[in-house]
Write a protein that binds this ligand. Structure first.
Ligand code: CMP
Length: 141
């Protein structure tokens, strides 16, 4: 059970200027932000990040969307961070997300679902390393 997870506030949420409200939810839930960036991914960066989904029917739509505007990768720290953050964001499809979750309140569709969260400790480590160097993370300073 690890203490770090990788979150991304996605282009739909930044486009709607919801990043402040989403960060508030994250802080209120007890996460510490250990690193943060504001970036625009190229199509090939988005394809690299979502490599595990290559071949899925939604891969092209997903990577086009994720490279369509600004997004904010965040490294979050809390005990049992991966599971805790997935509880906070809710189901991938906002129609199935529980009341009070970030996706329920800010996502518009399964594709444009406001936030990403790592799905395992192993993937969290890889995803953090995709966006951040070791020295970018506060705990490593
Ligand atoms: P995310 O947590 O970023 O991980 C993979 C993403 O694929 C997921 O959120 C969704 O936004 C996106 N996606 C798009 N279409 C689908 C779909 N039909 N089923 C699952 N995920 C989808």
């Amino acid at each position: 059970m690890g203490n770090l997870t990788l979150a991304i506030i996605k282009p739909d949420a930044l486009g709607a200027r919801h990043q402040g409200k989403i960060i508030d939810r994250i802080l209120e839930a007890g996460f510490e932000i250990q690193a943060a960036r504001i970036i625009k991914m190229s199509k090939s960066q988005a394809e690299g990040f979502y490599q595990v989904h290559q071949g899925r029917p939604f891969f092209k739509e997903l990577t086009t969307f994720m490279s369509s505007g600004l997004c904010m990768p965040l490294v979050l720290r809390k005990e049992n961070a991966v599971a805790e953050f997935r509880n906070l964001i809710g189901a991938t499809d906002p129609q199935e997300a529980a009341p009070g979750t970030i996706r329920k309140d800010f996502a518009t569709s399964v594709g444009e679902n406001a936030v990403h969260g790592s799905d395992s400790d192993e993937n969290a480590e890889k995803e953090v390393a995709f966006f951040f160097a070791t020295e970018d993370i506060l705990a490593n300073l």
